[in-house]
Design a protein around this ligand. Structure first.
Ligand code: PLP
Length: 430
């Protein structure tokens, strides 16, 4: 595989962009080798600068759920851009977008558009604090909610539950307001609530975690969080930046039948353009300025080109239920096919899956939280990643990321991925 052009571009990039990339995981540091520079994409395929084609199992980390360069999205973007890309004033498109989100996401009565998932989670936390008058939040180890200071906190050592910053630049003051609990452990949450009575503003959770690999909530876990929040006056936030519109038209909350107070959204709602949103109960959302006092704003928020792209994709998802059936069937076929190849070889590596999110963990332990996810053999994953790439399958360059399949995968693509997986296993396991 010739990747000379990517190699040259990476050299140029490293001189002018920190680490040569605009988002760290793209640098391939966890898997070694050089990142590929992508020139274009269409349907299920990515094409790099050297013209190599890859089946895309990441889809821009989730947004491209119907595949790349999806015609209705492209047309919508072109039409909106022709009217000028931004006005900084209210538009019809953002009203239509808000109405559509409210009609699709069960617990959302009002919504505010922002420009990224990070902005959505940062704003939701500020709102929860403003609404409750409390300072602390609980987040779960291994969940990622963007790069806001409050979320860049790892668990303290041992039994310590008060976070310590895991990025220079996050102040101890911020860290002390972020409490950490293991995912899928209700008792740990109860203990934190008991330790900090009437101090916790919000619990923020990925209802299905995608940022430690794909990790599912145990039965009763999400409802347990809901009950604890109700009992203690805590705002429950589902971060559905990944799961929103992916696991069902109404996201994970529809799929599991558990409804948060606030929901954060991103990725799919922009159809590939930079968009985020936060929404929820009217009573809470009305606290956002200018109707309330919790300040939040954005020069490009509700940008017409981004709204047009998002509307095109959300309308398709709402109107064509066959898409979700197709996504389920793609996830099922990949899971069964890949698991079968592991079993044929007597390998007991764990696979987790829900809908079109799945991945292989190179550990024999059941993976239900970050500790179990971290038991993976990361060197083996790196070899697997490279072996898959050489066979034309583009995965996330980290063990701790879910796959995000698109509905554009054909039967042939699915078989190609399963065969690549089988051949990769034969290459890397001796
Ligand atoms: N929340 C979750 C669950 C995410 O997966 C991400 C990004 O991957 C974010 C928030 C942050 O979104 P963004 O990268 O658009 O800022």
């Amino acid at each position: 595989m010739n990747t000379d052009k990517s190699v040259i571009l990476f050299e140029r990039a490293k001189k002018v962009i920190p680490g040569g990339v605009n988002s760290p995981v793209r640098a391939f540091q966890a898997v070694g080798g050089q990142p590929l520079f992508i020139k274009k994409a269409e349907g299920a395929y990515l094409y790099d600068e050297d013209g190599n084609r890859y089946i895309d199992c990441i889809n821009s980390w989730g947004p491209m759920i119907l595949g790349h360069a999806y015609a209705p999205v492209l047309e919508a973007i072109q039409r909106a851009a022709a009217d000028s890309p931004s006005f900084g004033a209210p538009t019809r498109l953002e009203v239509e977008m808000a109405e559509l989100i409210v009609s699709m996401v069960p617990s959302v009565e009002m919504v505010r558009m922002v420009n990224s998932g990070t902005e959505a989670t940062m704003s939701a936390i500020r709102l929860a604090r403003g609404y409750t008058g409390r300072h602390k939040i609980i987040k779960f180890e291994g969940c990622y909610h963007g790069h806001g200071d409050s979320f860049l906190i790892a668990a303290g050592s041992g039994a310590a539950t008060t976070g310590a910053p895991n990025s220079p630049g996050v102040t101890p003051g911020t860290a002390q307001d972020t409490l950490i609990a293991p995912y899928n452990d209700l008792q740990a949450v109860e203990a934190l609530i008991a330790q900090y009575p009437e101090q916790i503003a919000a619990i923020i959770v990925e209802p299905v975690a995608g940022n430690m690999g794909c990790v599912l909530p145990k039965p009763g876990y999400l409802q347990g969080l809901r009950d604890l929040c109700d009992k203690h006056g805590i705002v429950l936030i589902f971060d559905e930046v990944m799961t929103g519109f992916r696991l069902a038209p109404g996201g994970a909350q529809e799929r599991f039948g558990v409804f948060p107070d606030l929901t954060t959204l991103g990725k799919i709602i922009g159809g590939g353009m930079p968009v985020g949103a936060y929404g929820g109960k009217r009573e809470i959302m009305e606290k956002v300025s200018p109707s309330g006092k919790v300040y939040q704003a954005g020069t490009l928020s509700g940008n017409p080109v981004a709204m047009a792209a998002g509307l095109a994709i959300l309308r398709e998802l709402r109107e064509n239920s066959a898409i979700y059936a197709r996504l389920e069937s793609i996830g099922d076929k990949l899971y069964k096919g890949m698991k079968g190849e592991l079993e044929k070889r007597g390998l007991h590596y764990t696979m987790n899956k829900i809908g079109s999110m799945l991945n292989v963990f190179f550990t024999e332990q059941t993976v239900y939280d970050f500790t179990t996810a971290k038991s993976c053999d990361l060197q083996l994953f790196a070899k697997y990643f490279q072996a898959m790439l050489r066979r034309g399958v583009y995965l996330a360059p980290s063990q701790f990321e879910s796959w995000f399949c698109s509905a554009a995968l054909s039967e042939e693509d699915i078989q190609h991925i399963i065969q690549a997986h089988a051949d990769a296993l034969d290459e890397i396991i001796n």
